[in-house]
Design a protein around this ligand. Structure first.
Ligand code: DMJ
Length: 596
């Protein structure tokens, strides 16, 4: 704020200097009509100098106002306790008014429901949140909050012991159930085994995880290609095709099960979990000639029976995103080189076909190819794509701090290029928050890019810099994590406090514009937003489990010290797993079971 005021004053003076210089110039020019007349030269110099100062001052002002962060306090301890309070408020509201339900409406406290059609709970919110509570428990400086956290972890543990049963007689989505439930149980188990707090016995989480995995397992045996259909009945083991899209499964869905099943194989020694999860890749790459015909970029649907792609829609947003994420993360988790090579191919494909820039600021974004690789791009980008900043940064550095990574023998110009894409994309995603009136990003934006096909229509909201638009139906905010996820990775890989400032600014916007009962600490909770543009920002009466599992967790990690990204791999739902030990992998005979 102070800096902005200074720039205002500076701009004012340079403007008056400019006017004065212009008057002098005019006066002297009228007197002597020669360019070499000394007073004329002086007046001209004054004129051009003031013009130059003015331009610099105005552009700095513009830059400060639209492209950099607002001044926010970034005391990490203060921020950590703020986030602990937000987690506990959001969570306690759920415990009071929605306990045990998979779907929760924080405004009405009504219409609570469960994910499975049979109405039995899967533990959607409870299981997804346990490791966030454990993480806070291990780091909080407050005695009072520590007690609250212990009580709540115990509550969850008891619920998992006494109430939770995955013997559910109705279909559930394999991907969502794996990343949230299997992932949540495994990371809860991992954290209870490795943290100082031994009061929690995490065995129940592993028992439930094994039971759930056994119930999902038949899905891998059902289709001729080994690619699972999209759902499975957890009681009968019947796998069920997607009812729409010609029975196609989302490509990102069956390629986002591997970290969880491989980690389970690593804990239990059951190699079947490993090989089943891995079996999807060979047919996918072979049947589609994915590296040659598609440059490593997948259309978002695949027919499970044939392993062939369905349609031409290629994007890093919904249904495409975590295919790329799990290629890299499998390499980081187990060190299998094939997955880095495949990731590399995809990223090079992305650079060749999808990386573009907006006008006028040149924000880097990842475009879509809805009509196939060799047809025009669309300038639309889902907020979901914003995880790519963190992923590219991790792919370049493998979790080493950037300066250290640059000294490694494997560092090269390609990684340097990936690194720059990572920082530029994260900046773009930050702008998607910074430029809206609520300070929160919408679900989807369309970039101002004449070279990409997306016709601007009346009624689209235009960002202050003019770089992106928001369509009325895309203006909601589900409290998604992807931008703060990338910001968290970039902070710990660089130590650059700018990232904490960005994170603090976004945190403030969540705090201010997604709270409900905002002034009553005993009832305060948080909810999604209907619209990030029009004030007052209307709440949506909906909270997704990833608000507690991911968004608040990544924000919390942003303000912790010494987060070791070399030894932790976050699944796509932000559940942390440990990097696998090579010796143990060899002992258990767990290794890549296929080649290209
Ligand atoms: C999460 O459930 C996972 O990150 C998934 O991969 C896609 N995104 C949502 C949160 O936005």
């Amino acid at each position: 704020m102070k800096f902005e005021l200074l720039l205002y004053i500076f701009s004012y003076f340079s403007l008056s200097l400019l006017i004065q210089g212009y008057q002098d110039l005019w006066r002297v020019k009228r007197l002597k009509n020669t360019v070499y007349h000394p007073p004329l030269l002086l007046a001209m110099t004054r004129h051009w100098l003031s013009l130059f100062i003015g331009v610099v001052a105005f552009s700095s002002f513009y830059y400060v106002k639209h492209l950099t962060g607002k001044e926010v306090s970034i005391d990490p301890l203060e921020r950590s306790s703020q986030i602990e309070t937000m987690v506990l408020q959001s969570w306690s509201d759920y415990v009071r008014n929605g306990w045990g339900k998979d779907i929760y409406h924080p405004i009405s406290h009504q219409g609570n429901d469960n994910m499975a059609a049979s109405k039995e709970p899967l533990g959607w919110i409870i299981v997804d949140t346990i490791d966030t509570l454990l993480l806070l428990l291990n780091n909080t400086q407050s005695e009072h909050r520590r007690d609250q956290l212990i009580q709540n972890v115990q509550l969850c543990t008891e619920w998992c012991q006494k109430v939770l049963s995955y013997d559910i007689d109705s279909p559930v989505n394999i991907f969502e159930t794996t990343i949230r439930m299997l992932g949540g149980l495994l990371s809860a188990y991992h954290l209870t085994q490795t943290t100082a707090n031994s009061t929690i016995d995490g065995q129940v989480f592993l028992t439930q995880a094994v039971d759930l995995a056994e119930r999902i397992k038949p899905a891998f045996y059902e289709s001729p290609s080994g690619i699972p259909y999209s759902s499975i009945n957890l009681h009968s083991g019947e796998a069920i095709r997607n009812h729409v899209d010609n029975g196609a499964s989302s490509t990102a869905e069956f390629t986002t099960l591997q970290l969880e099943f491989k980690y389970l194989a690593y804990i239990t020694g059951v190699t079947e979990y490993w090989s089943l999860a891995e079996q999807v890749y060979k047919p996918l790459y072979a049947e589609n000639d994915l590296l040659n015909r598609y440059d490593g970029l997948c259309p978002i649907y695949t027919i499970p029976d044939t392993a062939k792609f369905h349609g031409n829609n290629i994007r890093f947003g919904s249904r495409g995103d975590s295919f790329y994420e799990y290629l890299l993360k499998q390499y980081l988790q187990s060190g299998e080189p094939i997955y880095y090579e495949l990731y590399r191919e995809s990223i090079e494909g992305m650079k060749r076909h999808l990386v573009r820039h907006s006008s006028p600021s040149g924000f880097l974004y990842i475009a879509e190819k809805p009509w196939g690789l060799h047809n025009p791009a669309s300038a639309k980008m889902d907020h979901l794509v914003c995880f790519m900043g963190g992923l590219l940064a991790m792919g370049a550095t493998e979790g080493y701090k950037i300066e250290e990574a640059r000294r490694q023998p494997w560092w090269d110009s390609i990684r340097e290029e990936d690194w720059h894409l990572a920082t530029d994309l994260t900046h773009t995603c930050y702008q998607m928050y910074h430029q809206t009136p609520s300070g929160l990003a919408p679900e989807i934006v369309v970039f101002n890019d004449k070279g990409a096909r997306e016709v601007k229509e009346n009624g689209w909201w235009k960002s202050p810099t003019g770089d992106f638009y928001i369509k009325p139906l895309d203006a909601h905010n589900l409290q998604r994590p992807e931008t703060v996820e990338s910001i968290m990775f970039l902070y710990h890989l660089t130590g650059d406090k700018k990232y904490r400032e960005w994170g603090a600014e976004i945190l403030e916007s969540f705090e201010k514009n997604t709270c409900i009962h905002c002034d009553d600490a005993s009832k305060k909770a948080y909810s999604s937003l209907d619209n990030v543009i029009n004030e007052p920002f209307k709440r949506k009466d909906n909270v997704e489990s990833f608000w507690l599992a991911e968004t608040l967790k990544y924000l919390y990690l942003l303000f912790q010290e010494d987060v070791d990204l070399k030894s932790t791999i976050f699944n796509t739902e932000a559940h942390p797993f440990p990097k696998m030990d090579r010796e143990r992998l060899l002992d258990l005979n767990l290794s890549t079971g296929w080649s290209i």
